[in-house]
Design a binder for this molecule. Structure first.
Ligand SMILES: [Zn+2]
Length: 187
């Protein structure tokens, strides 16, 4: 059961007038709750050709490896959010952000925006949302224990791209849609 965020009355799901999507609507005060996609900001943090990964201490995908990433907060830019997540999850400072991967996941209403960054002074720890953090070279990546499809793709792009480009600023931007069946659409 859902209640109106404005007046607390019992709300109902319906298609409001002049709309085409089902929304949570309050029959008492008329408040309409618009649920829109959320932005997940994160960083692919590189140090001496290695990638910083965090093993999740939270659900979903507890115990699996991921990049520092999480829901963007109001009041910050996407790059600031990526830097904040890197502090929270890896106790590390991500510097020199370069926009690198954007993934639309329409089925679950998420948009990933990931930056390619450097790791300040090569220093990191273990954030409160992580069991452990570590730098991985390409041959050591635990591919079967990666938490999310977006992370898997980003790592794959990075190891391919670095064959062709040296400076992070020269790396191309990858924009893709992740569908339920994981098929890839490139733009
Ligand atoms: Zn209401």
């Amino acid at each position: 059961m859902a209640y109106c965020l404005q007046c607390g009355h019992k709300a109902e799901y319906k298609i409001p007038e002049d709309d085409h999507n089902t929304r949570l609507v309050c029959p008492d005060c008329g408040y309409i709750y618009y649920e829109n996609p959320k932005v997940i900001c994160g960083a692919l943090v590189i140090y001496e050709h290695k990638v910083l990964l965090c093993r999740r201490a939270i659900e979903p995908r507890y115990g699996y490896w991921t990049l520092p990433a999480g829901f963007m907060e109001i009041g910050e830019t996407i790059a600031e959010g990526a830097a904040r997540e890197t502090v929270e999850e890896a106790d590390a400072i991500a510097i020199n952000p370069h926009l690198y991967c954007i993934y639309d996941i329409p089925d679950i209403g998420q948009i990933y925006v990931l930056y390619l960054t450097d790791l300040q002074d090569g220093k990191f720890g273990t954030g409160i949302e992580s069991l452990e953090c570590a730098l991985f070279s390409e041959e050591d990546i635990p591919w079967d224990e990666i938490a999310f499809e977006a992370v898997k793709r980003t790592l794959t792009h990075y190891f391919a791209d670095r064959q062709h480009w040296q400076a992070h600023n020269d790396f191309p931007l990858h924009q893709e849609t992740i569908a339920k069946d994981k098929s890839i659409k490139r733009y």
